[in-house]
Write a protein that binds this ligand. Structure first.
Ligand code: T5A
Ligand code: NA
Length: 215
């Protein structure tokens, strides 16, 4: 892939965190701020629920509420919409494929000098599946399909005390949005964090968090 002459590679900035930790809000604000200061920046998100084959199935899967899935918080056997009844293994592969579907375009954008602010990525992929504690689907198994994806330059971890995220708007409306499961997710994130991770205190007002996330 040829780099655009003279354009330095864009940065790959990732936001990760448990549900409702403010990732989407902060990612959008960071893109706005970068563009305002003259840095070409775009907001990307995973799962990309629209415009891809996997995105549609993922959207149907996630739309099943936490209350509607099994007591383990994982589901995977209920009927209904086509994506909703996927096995834990199948949906894991779908999330990974959803990233691979976009990987070439992602690299091309970076090489054209565009900074990408990305809302969730492979760390979420590993955390949410490994947190289900399905036999045979530990962290190593979960990481395998994402091996070789473009890696972020920095991962901004939205650090929020347990319970604070659940108190925010909308919690409980989708699969996985259940406090006990979120704590298991948090545990896996702690296990898989690497040298790209930088903690951002995600408590306080949207503006306060933005100041911390953009320095
Ligand atoms: N998933 C994802 C997998 O299982 N495998 C994968 O590979 C991937 C990539 C959907 C689900 O998919 C799972 C993880 C998820 O369960 P999503 O579409 O990113 O992922 O989830 P959303 O529901 O869109 O977003 P989140 O729940 O993660 O929320 P955010 O983005 O962290 O938070 P945000 O910014 O939307 O804010 C949530 C609420 O809080 C308010 C906002 O106004 C909003 O109401 N808020 C604040 N309130 C007070 N103070 C602040 N500072 C606030 N900031 C935001
Ligand atoms: Na979000």
């Amino acid at each position: 892939m040829a780099a655009t002459a003279g354009a330095p590679r864009g940065a790959f900035i990732l936001f990760e965190g448990v549900d409702r930790s403010g990732k989407s809000t902060q990612a959008a604000k960071l893109v706005e701020a970068l563009n305002a200061q003259g840095t070409r920046a775009e907001l990307w998100r995973f799962p990309d629920r629209k415009g891809t084959v996997t995105g549609k199935a993922i959207d149907e899967y996630l739309s099943a509420t936490a209350a509607a899935v099994s007591s383990s918080g994982t589901g995977g056997t209920e009927g209904g919409k086509s994506g909703a009844g996927l096995s834990d293994q199948a949906i894991h592969m779908m999330f990974s494929a959803n990233r691979w579907e976009k990987s070439r375009a992602l690299l091309e954008a970076l090489q054209q000098g565009v900074t990408l602010v990305v809302d969730r990525y492979a760390y979420s992929g590993v955390a949410y599946t490994a947190a289900k504690r399905v036999p045979g689907c530990g962290v190593a198994w979960c990481k395998a399909p994402d091996t070789g994806l473009p890696a972020p330059d920095v991962t901004l971890w939205m650090a929020l005390p347990p319970g604070a995220a659940a108190a925010r708007g909308g919690f409980g409306g989708e699969r996985y949005e259940e406090a006990g499961f979120q704590e298991q997710v948090r545990g896996v994130f702690a296990e898989v964090r690497d040298s790209s991770f930088v903690d951002v205190d995600a408590s306080g007002s949207v503006e306060e968090v933005h100041q911390r996330a953009s320095c």
